[in-house]
Design a protein around this ligand. Structure first.
Ligand SMILES: [Zn+2]
Length: 141
């Protein structure tokens, strides 16, 4: 399964609820969070998330989403990893964040590109493994 990452575009002004009060904030076009229904304690908690992309792997209990990634920005405070305010990063969760602890890594564009390069090499190895598997089974499967 995969979704498309939203296009860049003009930010919009939206209302966030901070400490039970409406606060007007700038929200990037790629953000999918409904800030009015996301009640926050502090302005530093305001963050923006883009749409998630992921791949599904087959398991004995059905497909499982892995390698979920999304853009994330914390414009007014540090995120949990100490990323500086105002930085936009890519969140990357090894497992489905909805089904796990929700832990993820925040990566820079260079880090995400390096990971994508590694993943691309891994895909080539998976294809070679599939060819070996097919040959080991006489071309069947
Ligand atoms: Zn937003």
């Amino acid at each position: 399964m995969s979704t498309t990452v939203g296009d860049a575009g003009a930010p919009r002004r939206v209302i966030a609820i901070v400490d039970d009060s409406p606060v007007e904030i700038e929200c990037p076009a790629w953000c999918v969070i409904d800030h009015e229904s996301d009640s926050l304690v502090d302005l530093a908690d305001v963050h923006h998330n883009g749409p998630e992309i992921s791949v599904s792997i087959p398991t004995g209990t059905g497909p499982r989403r892995v390698l979920t990634a999304w853009m994330s920005a914390w414009p007014y405070g540090l995120d949990l990893d100490g990323t500086a305010a105002g930085m936009t990063t890519a969140g990357l969760a090894v497992d489905d964040p909805a089904a796990s602890t929700g832990e993820c890594e925040n990566l820079s564009a260079a880090q995400l590109t390096a990971f994508a390069d590694q993943l691309s090499a891994h895909v080539d190895q998976l294809r070679r493994l599939a060819e070996q598997l097919s040959a080991a089974n006489g071309g069947a499967w």
